[in-house]
Design a protein around this ligand. Structure first.
Ligand code: NAD
Length: 341
């Protein structure tokens, strides 16, 4: 088949761009807006933060949205398409025509995202939802909603950030060389210039430190977070985290959850990664050899690139399932992300 014929096949399946919304417009939400801007297959039409939302069926301008959010604190101030609201998600769902949402919301408390998803189910909205949830217990709350999502005509893609997400999917692929998977070890390095750009991410990470939990981290004032980071020189070292990579790999039949470990180092004062993010998958081949596959992310790729890219890749995969009438819940370990052009 010639390159022209292949192009023809791709074009013949061309369909209208997927209309995308972003819920949460902090560090990840803003990065997501920039990631999606140059894409032809998706158009970014809606976004919400805690105090308002913006909707424009023709498409939103990321620079204008980010400038408004950063200077005035909410997309609700955007001219002319912003609306201030203290029930922004509910209002947006009711008003906007959106095919799929990326949920870049904080999961504080640990039940918040599930409550947002219930709002979608109750509203009668149909489409694709993608999350970048981290905790096992948070993804388990979504698993419990599987039948309701299916009945509502929603295709829900769970755990589709970096970890869980990109690295879990890499582990699922690496596992194929083995007859038995002995361990999956995820180690991440994150470097960000200042913690305020990713408040929820850092608070949720603090919730994994010894002596802390989600509620304690949520209740901390900004000054308390800063005081804690001062004590550690801005570094958070995280071990044996409750991360949903475990339940996702177990559900995909790859290994039991106790064989999956996740840990990492976050530097909140330096955009350079403190270590290279990687996943090591150890197993036994059918010949009886024990070996380890290692997949390492490039050090120049930021957390935002490794979360938002996969999230939209899974949104595209979810949209193609949805078009075929396939609803319910899928995880990043059971569906391939599709590259968004
Ligand atoms: P952030 O604190 O920078 O921003 C949160 C945004 O959500 C803000 O715009 C805020 O206004 C908005 N928001 C809060 N409550 C809201 C509400 N009730 N209604 C509407 N909007 C609301 O957050 P962040 O650091 O970008 O993190 C977002 C999430 O992404 C976190 O839960 C984090 O754990 C997750 N994350 C996942 C991965 C992964 O690899 N899976 C990596 C990084 C972050």
């Amino acid at each position: 088949m010639s390159a022209e014929q292949v192009k023809g096949l791709i074009n013949s399946s061309a369909i209208a761009p997927v209309r995308v919304g972003i819920l949460g417009f902090g560090g990840l939400g803003q990065a997501a807006a920039k990631v999606i801007a140059p894409k032809r297959e998706m158009v970014w039409v809606a976004a919400a933060d805690q105090k308002g939302y913006a909707y424009n069926a023709e498409g939103l301008d990321p620079d204008a949205c980010i400038a408004t959010y950063q200077s005035l604190g909410s997309l609700g101030y955007l001219e002319p398409s912003g609306i201030l609201s203290n029930r922004s998600i509910q209002d947006l769902i009711g008003q906007a025509s959106v095919d799929g949402y990326f949920l870049a919301l904080p999961n504080l408390p640990n039940t918040f995202m599930a409550s947002v998803v219930r709002q979608f189910i109750q509203s009668g909205w149909r489409g694709v939802l993608v999350d970048a949830l981290k905790r096992t217990s948070a993804v388990e709350q979504m698993l419990a909603l599987k039948d309701e999502l299916q009945n509502a005509g929603i295709t829900y893609m769970a755990g589709c950030g970096a970890t869980p997400g990109l690295l879990t999917a890499a582990a699922a692929i690496a596992a194929q060389s083995y007859a038995e998977v002995h361990s999956v070890k995820i180690t991440f390095g994150v470097g960000i210039a200042n913690w305020e750009a990713y408040r929820a991410t850092i608070r949720e990470d603090i919730g994994h430190l010894p002596g802390y939990d989600v509620e304690r981290a949520r209740a901390m004032s900004d000054a308390e977070v800063e005081a804690l980071l001062d004590e550690t020189n801005g570094i958070l070292t995280l071990e044996n985290m409750e991360h949903a990579d475990d339940v996702m790999l177990e559900l995909a039949g790859i290994c039991s959850r106790d064989r999956v470990t996740v840990g990492g180092v976050v530097d909140t004062r330096n955009p350079k990664k403190p270590l290279s993010t990687n996943v090591q998958v150890t197993g036994r081949t059918f010949e009886g050899k024990i070996s380890t596959h290692t997949f390492t992310l490039g050090d120049e790729t930021s957390m935002a690139a490794n979360v938002c890219g996969p999230a939209f890749g899974y949104l595209k995969a979810g949209a193609s399932l949805h078009r075929r009438g396939i609803y319910g819940l899928f995880t990043a370990a059971e569906v391939m992300p599709q590259f968004v052009q």
